[in-house]
Structure formats: structure tokens, C-alpha cells
Design a protein around this ligand. Structure first.
Ligand code: NAD
Length: 372
């Protein structure tokens, strides 16, 4: 990373500090970006991937500042990245993660959480090493957020509120989910409890489609047994990307960034988008869909369930309290963002960013000497 790259990410919100970690003995090449700590120590995931970049770390750290501020958590935003193959032998991964955490032992402005390439076991190693990690295994007081579906639960809470801005009801609404993993399958499950009909679901190897509705529990069981969704007997197999253009009312992206572009948005049919994945729609396509009347609940508002759960766990809350906080915070923010967008005549993304930035600035104003 060049100095110019670093400087281009500076503004009045952050980053507060950037730490590069290099431990040759354990192959550690990593970076920590603490973006903003006005509301409290930053919390954000540790991402491990062979091609992870400093640029990605800066962007993700800022996204966490906005997400945590919007969620009203007593935490700022930060992120860390480690270059490495997450599927490396366990002993090597443990040594690498322990060494990275150890190098950041005194960095109390940052609390580790899980992200791509890391899980609750990695958080247990970090907790053992430095005492500061969220997203722990149940045996260490953790709330297993992916197993319980914290983020999917939050998406369903967003749907409850956003539906007031739509011309259809949740009962009987047709849903398509791109990415039938921890986020997507739980969102389908919680929405099914509200009468929503799952008509299409995709994983990285294909789509399954049934306009009359898929049996969500049976599809979840099929997926958990290692099957591809496209092989599920209760529907028709389609190409992987067909899920993004099927006839539906609600679309949940829960896989990749930049799925909808200016090119393919003409095929897009949903009227409500609940963003499980981060930046699933390219910015200009998102603005165009918003102008077309599609109701969009932006990523850092809709998918905050995971970090809310992790923060609640960090402060010793029970599973019930964590889920209640997810529902309350996400419902309130979805309402505020969609109303602000309507009143101010801006997109829901613009309204969400304004809401989050207002909260970060308000937190900064409370700090002595404006240090943070
Ligand atoms: P996951 O790995 O459990 O599931 C991802 C699913 O997407 C898998 O089923 C995979 O097969 C599928 N997939 C991958 N590429 C695809 C493609 N091109 N088309 C269709 N399906 C594809 O991951 P997850 O935890 O569910 O996270 C999904 C997304 O949500 C990620 O972008 C993640 O950063 C974001 N997110 C997750 C959480 C969380 O709590 N887990 C919170 C906020 C945001």
C-alpha cells in the first residue's frame, strides 16, 4: 500500500489509526484500521483471505463506523485483515491468528469479531490470547449468531416496517434469496413465519425456483445435508444468476457485492430489497432503482443483526436480550431511514448515510477536546 492510498481514505471522521502487523515467524501480514471510536472502542470483524487488501480494510472499517453508529451501539468502527488461506491447516491458522492478536494486545480501541475466513473458534483463540473478542463459542459465553440467524432475524424485522412503504402485504408476498447461507436461509425462515412465500433461492452452484412456493424447512435441511439448492426436488433448477431476475416481490441479496448493475437492472422485478450482503447493488443502479420506486433497505441498516448480537454478547447479554435488541434497533432505523428518504426527497442510501454520520458527529461532539 502506498502512502497516497492511505491518505485518500482520510476525512473528518477517520481513520483514527492504522496499524500494520508483520510477524515473519508465523507468516503474519495484517492490518488493523481503527476508523472512529467516538462512541466507544471499535468493533469489527477479522477477515482472512489470500487476496485481502488494505483498501478493503479501510472501506470495511468505515462501513462498521456507520453500521455501529446507526445501530446505536456504544462502539465505533474498525476492521482487521490477515493475508492467508482460511482453509490452511488448523495449527498454522491458530498460530497465525494468535500472533496477529498478540501484536495488537495493547490496542484497546479495537475488539475482534468474526468475518469471512474466521469463526467462533478463531475468536476463542483471540480471547485466550488478549481477552478481547466477540462472536465466541457458546462454551465461552458466546451467542452463536450464524447458527441462530441473527442477521436473518434483523432482515425480517426490517421487512415488517418497510412493508408499510409497499403496495403489497407480507402475507403471500413472493421472495427470492440470492445466497442460501447463514444470512439468506434464516431470513427465508423468519419471513416464512410471517406468511412470505419463498419462490427462488440460489447458492454458488445454481438456483431453485417454484412459483407456487418452496418448502423452506425442507430446503434448509437439504442445504444442511450438503446438497446444492438446484438439486432440491421441490422446484425447477435454473442458472445461478436467474435468482436475480425472477418474478418476485421481495429480493434478498445475501451473497456477493455488485450483483445488480446498470446493465442487468432492466431485468430486475422485485419491489422491496432487503440487503443482507454488503453493497449488493452498484451505487448508480441502486439510485436508479430507488428512483423507479423500489423500496430499498440499505445493507448497514438491514444487516446489522450480526454486529448487534456480537456487541450484546460482549456486554454479557442473554440470547433473548440480544434478539430483542436486534428487532427493536433494526425496526426503528428502517422506519427512520425510509421516512427521512421520503420527507427529504433523497434515496434510502443517502438517508441512511446521513442518519449514521449525524450519530457519529453527535458522539464526537461529546468527547473532550474533540480528540476523537
Ligand atoms: P455464507 O457463506 O454462510 O453464505 C453465502 C451463500 O452465498 C452460500 O450459500 C454460497 O453458496 C452463496 N453464494 C456465493 N456466491 C454466490 C453467487 N454468485 N450466487 C448465488 N449464491 C452465491 O455467508 P453469510 O454469512 O450468509 O454472508 C452472506 C453475505 O452477507 C456476505 O456478503 C457477508 O459479508 C454478509 N453479511 C453477513 C453477516 C452475518 O451475520 N453472517 C452480517 C452482515 C453481512
Amino acid at each position: 500500500m502506498t502512502e497516497r492510498d492511505t491518505l485518500s481514505f482520510r476525512d473528518d471522521l477517520g481513520p483514527l489509526k492504522v496499524i500494520q502487523v508483520h510477524v515473519p515467524k508465523h507468516g503474519v501480514e495484517g492490518i488493523l484500521v481503527v476508523d472512529n471510536v467516538a462512541a466507544g472502542p471499535s468493533i469489527g470483524g477479522l477477515r482472512m483471505a489470500p487476496d485481502v487488501t488494505a483498501r478493503e480494510c479501510f472501506r470495511l472499517a468505515r462501513a462498521m463506523t456507520l453500521k455501529n453508529a446507526a445501530a446505536g451501539l456504544s462502539h465505533g468502527g474498525g476492521k482487521s485483515v490477515l493475508v492467508g488461506d482460511p482453509a490452511m491447516p488448523r495449527a498454522a491458522k491458530e498460530a497465525m491468528i494468535r500472533a496477529f492478536a498478540h501484536a495488537l494486545k495493547g490496542e484497546e480501541h479495537y475488539i475482534f469479531g468474526p468475518d469471512m475466513g474466521t469463526d467462533e473458534h478463531c475468536m476463542a483463540w483471540i480471547k485466550d490470547e488478549i481477552g478481547r473478542a466477540a462472536g465466541l463459542p457458546r462454551e465461552l459465553g458466546g451467542i452463536p449468531l450464524d447458527e441462530l440467524g441473527a442477521t436473518g432475524y434483523g432482515l425480517a424485522a426490517a421487512a415488517d416496517v418497510a412493508i408499510a412503504h409497499c403496495d403489497f402485504t407480507l402475507d403471500g408476498a413472493r421472495l427470492a434469496v440470492q445466497g442460501f447461507g447463514s444470512v439468506g436461509l434464516h431470513a427465508a425462515r423468519f419471513l416464512a413465519e410471517k406468511g412470505v412465500k419463498l419462490v427462488a433461492a440460489a447458492d454458488s452452484r445454481g438456483t431453485v425456483y417454484n412459483p407456487d412456493g418452496l418448502d423452506v424447512d425442507a430446503l434448509v435441511a437439504h442445504k444442511r445435508s450438503g446438497g446444492r439448492v438446484a438439486d432440491f426436488a421441490g422446484g425447477q433448477a435454473l442458472d445461478r444468476d436467474a435468482v436475480n431476475a425472477v418474478d418476485c416481490d421481495i429480493w434478498i441479496p445475501a451473497a456477493r457485492p455488485d450483483v445488480v448493475t446498470m446493465e442487468n437492472m432492466k431485468n430486475f422485478k422485485a419491489k422491496l430489497v432487503l440487503q443482507g450482503a454488503n453493497i449488493p447493488i452498484q451505487p448508480e443502479a441502486e439510485a436508479a432503482l430507488d428512483r423507479r420506486g423500489v423500496v430499498i433497505v440499505p445493507d448497514f441498516i438491514a444487516n446489522a443483526g450480526g454486529v448487534i448480537c456480537a456487541a450484546m454478547e460482549y456486554h454479557g447479554a442473554s440470547e433473548v436480550a440480544a434478539f430483542s435488541a436486534i428487532a427493536e434497533k433494526i425496526a426503528r432505523n428502517t422506519r427512520e431511514v425510509l421516512e427521512r428518504a421520503r420527507t427529504d426527497g433523497v434515496t434510502s442510501r443517502e438517508a441512511a448515510v446521513a442518519l449514521a454520520v449525524d450519530r457519529v458527529r453527535a458522539a464526537m461532539d461529546t468527547r473532550a477536546n474533540g480528540i476523537f
